[in-house]
Design a protein around this ligand. Structure first.
Ligand SMILES: [Zn+2]
Length: 264
């Protein structure tokens, strides 16, 4: 029996916008048999091989202004600057009126806890494990309604909050959440805002995060195959109802997970 050969890698679709992914060709494998190394600012960027070409898969931070960005690229031949354009994207806006302001303003103790956790999460986002196999053929981690998209600009009682850094998928409490692609469990934790959370490491700075889980079914360091259950849908942390908050990180920055669901 013959199987259709799969492409070596399933790259996400390109979207040269804040919160998107830029795919930047860096020459052929013949020009440079060793993979070039690339950096955006101080963050190393994943360079993938596709159809005999090196391609930098660059996560564009959500706070990037439209204009020209520069990638620093190093090959055997030396270092060069590769410029690429980022266009503007106006994400949807949601105004939310809350009667109970205690849900918006934290107590001093909660504030201290939440700030410490944000620092821990920032450190995890910088995790870099070089790998020749990066799990990119993402499938949706759980079937369900897309409740809130990446980039949504939320305004609580007239006060702008950080834009939504992930994709919310609503599903029943207890529904299994599967790894979207192969990876390793980088960390698990129970956070004030995000609740029970799993971080997966797919290699080369590609990470994914699963929040508000009712239960976590994996341990740090555990390898996961695509589709393997990592936890169950819940509403732990600050969540208005059972849903998965799913974030995807590339070169230390959150990008739109939906770009990984539509391979090019
Ligand atoms: Zn969310």
């Amino acid at each position: 029996m013959w199987f259709t050969p799969r492409p070596a890698i399933a790259l996400p679709v390109a979207a040269n916008v804040p919160g998107g992914i830029a795919l930047i060709p860096l020459g052929t494998l013949l020009d440079s048999p060793e993979p070039p190394e690339a950096w955006l600012g101080d963050r190393q960027v994943w360079v993938a091989a596709e159809d005999g070409h090196w391609i930098a898969v660059v996560g564009v931070p959500l706070d990037t202004r439209a204009g020209t960005q520069t990638l620093r690229v190093r090959t055997n031949g030396g270092e060069r600057a590769v410029r690429f354009a980022v266009s503007e994207k106006r994400y949807a806006e949601q105004r939310i009126a809350l009667k109970n302001s205690s849900k918006v303003t934290l107590s001093p103790e909660d504030e201290i806890r939440a700030l410490a956790e944000i620092e821990r999460i920032q450190a995890l986002k910088k995790h870099w494990r070089p790998s020749t196999e990066t799990g990119t053929d993402f499938s949706k981690p759980v079937a369900g309604r897309l409740a809130s998209r990446f980039g949504l600009r939320r305004i609580f009682n007239g006060e702008p909050r950080a834009p939504h850094s992930g994709l919310d998928i609503a599903a029943r409490r207890g529904t299994p959440v599967g790894a979207p692609a192969m990876g390793w469990v980088l960390a698990i934790d129970d956070y004030f805002f995000n609740g029970k959370t799993v971080f997966l490491d797919h290699g080369n700075g590609l990470l994914s995060m699963y929040c508000h889980l009712d239960r976590i079914d994996v341990k740090p360091g555990e390898p996961l195959r695509r589709g393997q259950t990592l936890g169950r849908i819940g509403a732990t942390g600050r969540a208005s109802g059972p849903h998965l908050h799913w974030s995807v990180v590339l070169n230390g920055t959150m990008v739109d997970p939906e770009l990984f669901l539509k391979h090019r």
